[in-house]
Design a protein around this ligand. Structure first.
Ligand code: UD1
Ligand code: F6R
Length: 700
């Protein structure tokens, strides 16, 4: 998905070469999110020049393009703004003209990088074209750059001098849709504005001196919208396209951002890193400030000012805190593994442990989830629980639905976010809506969250990325603490979400004494999970061999499961198709005889989950039906459980340790993660970047 990176140095000398290298490095840290092209903009040689370099393909291709264009590297800048972008095509093919940064005109007067979608771009484009502007790309983003110039020129003609923040505010007034946005301009050298709405953006701060305070004051406008005469000529009187320049009042640059002044009141040497993702900032600084929707961060003369695009409403925070990121750089690197996905699969003994760390008292069988503790009485009184998510996160909801219902006796429904919205499903004030998301930035899930918030429901997040939109917009929640997940295929987030949801269910039913033996059984089971995952990971060689001997050349694969294992079958099938591009389908074993059985013959590989739980006899009968049609299933069963007399009738038997029924899916999914990984590697697929997919799906 698209990524933004910006770098600002003030009173810190940097050569153009160093600035470009910083931008390229920042982009490479965003690569894991998935993208198809990249670009940068830096200052040119003459005053009023801006260089833009863009390239379709990987960040390395952009790096080569910069070398090929012989960009001069030695010029020193003591104050400079560079902006950069990785693009994932939505409007227009991956082509050089469609790459960001986009520009206002051939002189590169205003250049922007943009994440998100401008929904009224067609109307804006038509109007701007009618004013003589010539568009170069098919993107929605280009209209933002053009709009900046148009409004700037209109103000100029009216004799009005606006600063970059005010100009940005006027541009935002015309935009509909979502954005994370950086703008740089030859009209405002050394300045940048960063703003967001529905798309993440943060500012990292690096300085040798101690910051005076660990927050930045928010500066509110007096009016919601530009208010003076319309001189732009774009307005049709009725639309939002007023483009009305506004006179600057006395408040032009009167405030100071207290955090960035030295003791003598003078500006201090400072570097700012603007990014859509903390992963690209962490190697430079741990001090970051997350922007809120409608914030405009204006950086100039070594100062950072946060303005609001809109007038304040009651109760709005008047400061943004500068936080310290706890993520380490080595947490986002590959270590000894070939791919992030492999690293993340093998991290699961640690990541599952980290999800439980400090939250379970194994001695007294007690759960303490700090993030939802205060909300439990309200949740216990709710009419129903609706779990809402997409993809793998949806599967973790399916996997735990039944234990939720058993322990809480509250009806639980599980919804795919997109379908939930399509149906405009009824939601009430006494509903609890649980949003499960690794990234916390998935557009469908965020829209569903907003839908539920509007209807007054209590919202709970189960999220990996701290500071993400879902984590911040929900009333309360649990961070799963799995660490950054970089491989596009979600693996460790699944097992951690699963555990977080089980802990949530357990805390909801904490009061009930009659349930305490079941609680104890599950909590004891959870304690053993990290070690048991280590045991399952030892199956890697056997699974690799199985892929080589039987599966690499197959076109299709079925996974059979029922009860708790239906979710495992669906999740296993999703992993296989997204990474190895092999068709695969998770089938509810009870549904086999209602149609799917027609597919079964001696050639179609079938994986069946036959671990011990109350449904084991029924699963075995499904396996018998497969064998009776000459099928040779791969059976996943518990250690020592000789699925009696079946050895010679099966393709392989994979044994996993036994745990409590509701936790068995945590162990059963691991052979499938490994299988999908090796199927993909054997097919020469770039496992961390499967085609057509992005890590963080921030478009609907
Ligand atoms: C918190 C701290 C953790 C610290 C621990 C010590 C954070 C992020 N976590 O962990 O570093 O070690 O206290 O007591 O500061 N939230 C949402 N929506 C979500 C996820 C979380 O609103 O989707 C909220 C929670 O309600 C809570 C806060 O974010 O207010 C932190 O949640 P979480 O990290 O799960 O809390 P703790 O485990 O208590
Ligand atoms: C599959 C996968 C996706 C995500 C889905 C939701 O391996 O990664 O199916 O699970 O896009 O993403 P999050 O959890 O970030 O909301």
């Amino acid at each position: 998905m698209c990524g933004i990176f910006g770098y600002v140095n003030f009173l810190v000398d940097k050569s153009r070469g160093e600035i470009v290298d910083n931008l390229i490095e920042g982009l490479s840290r965003l690569e894991y999110r998935g993208y198809d092209s990249a670009g940068i903009a830096v200052d040119g040689d003459k005053k009023g020049d801006t260089f833009i370099v863009k390239k379709v393909g990987k960040v390395n291709a952009l790096k080569q393009e910069i070398i090929d264009q012989k960009l001069e590297r030695s010029t020193l800048f003591d104050c400079h703004v560079g902006i950069a972008h990785t693009r994932w095509a939505t409007h227009g093919q991956p082509m050089t003209v469609n790459c960001h940064p986009h520009r206002s005109d051939v002189n590169n007067e205003f250049v922007v990088v943009h994440n998100g979608i401008i929904t009224n771009y067609r109307a804006l484009k038509t109007l701007l074209e009618s004013k003589g502007m010539r568009f170069e790309s098919e993107t929605d983003s280009e209209c933002i750059a053009k709009l900046f110039k148009h409004i700037y020129d209109t103000n100029l003609k009216a004799g009005l001098e606006v600063d970059l923040n005010e100009l940005t505010k006027q541009v935002l007034f015309e935009l509909e849709g979502s954005y994370g946005l950086l703008v740089k301009s030859t009209r405002y050298p050394g300045e940048v504005c960063a703003t967001r709405k529905g798309s993440p953006l943060l500012v990292g701060v690096k300085t040798n001196r101690k910051l005076k305070v660990d927050f930045v004051d928010v500066e509110f406008p007096e009016h919601d919208a530009p208010s003076s005469n319309n001189t732009s000529g774009l307005a049709d009187g009725s639309s939002n396209l007023g483009l009305m320049p506004v006179a600057q009042g006395d408040n032009l640059r009167t405030s100071q951002s207290r955090a960035f002044l030295a003791d003598d009141g003078m500006p201090m040497p400072v570097e700012f890193f603007l990014s859509s993702d903390p992963a690209s900032v962490i190697q430079h600084t741990k001090k970051v400030l997350f922007l809120e929707d409608d914030d405009i961060a204006h950086i100039y003369d070594g100062e950072l000012h946060i303005h609001r695009a809109k007038k304040s409403s009651a109760g709005e925070a008047t400061t943004r805190s500068i936080q310290t990121l706890e993520m380490e750089l080595n947490e986002i690197m590959k270590g000894p593994y070939k791919h992030f996905m492999q690293k993340e699969i093998f991290e699961q003994p640690d990541s599952t442990f980290n999800t439980m760390r400090g939250r379970i008292d194994f001695k007294d069988s007690k759960i303490n989830l700090g993030g939802i503790k205060g909300w439990l009485p309200t949740i216990r009184r709710c009419r129903r629980i609706i779990m809402i998510a997409c993809g793998t996160s949806y599967h973790s909801c399916l996997a735990t639905r039944s234990i939720f219902e058993e322990l809480t006796e509250i009806p639980v429904s599980v919804e795919l976010a997109s379908d939930f919205l399509d149906r405009k499903s009824p939601v009430f004030r006494d509903d609890t809506c649980v949003f499960v998301s690794q990234s916390g930035e998935t557009a469908d899930s965020i829209l569903a969250l907003q839908y539920c918030l509007e209807r007054g429901a209590l919202t709970v997040g189960i999220v990996n990325s701290v500071g993400s939109s879902i984590s911040r917009q929900t009333h309360c929640g649990v961070h799963i603490n799995a660490g950054p997940e970089i491989g596009v295929a979600s693996t460790k987030a699944y097992t951690s979400q699963y555990i977080a949801l089980v802990m949530f269910a357990l805390s909801l039913s904490n009061d009930s004494i009659s349930r305490s033996p079941r609680h104890k059984e599950i909590i004891d089971g959870l304690q053993k999970i990290p070690e048991q995952i280590k045991t399952v990971l030892q199956l890697e060689d056997k699974i690799k061999q199985l892929c080589d001997d039987h599966l690499n050349s197959q076109k299709s694969l079925l996974l059979l499961g029922r009860g708790y294992q239906f979710a495992t079958a669906l999740e296993g099938a999703l992993k296989i198709k997204e990474i190895s591009y092999m068709h695969s389908e998770g089938v509810l074993a009870g549904e086999l005889k209602h149609g799917v059985l027609a597919l079964v013959d001696k050639d179609l590989p079938i994986i069946a989950f036959a671990t011990k739980d109350s449904l084991f006899p029924k699963t075995m009968s499904a396996i018998e039906q497969v064998i009776a049609r000459d099928g040779r299933p791969i059976i996943i069963c518990n250690e020592g459980e000789k699925v009696i007399g079946m050895e010679e009738k099966t393709m392989a038997i994979l044994e996993v340790p036994l745990t409590v029924d509701c936790l068995q899916g945590l162990l059963n999914v691991i052979p499938l993660q490994l299988m999908s990984y090796w199927l993909a590697v054997n097919r020469g697929i770039d496992v961390d970047f499967p085609r057509n997919l992005a890590k963080s799906v921030t478009v609907e």
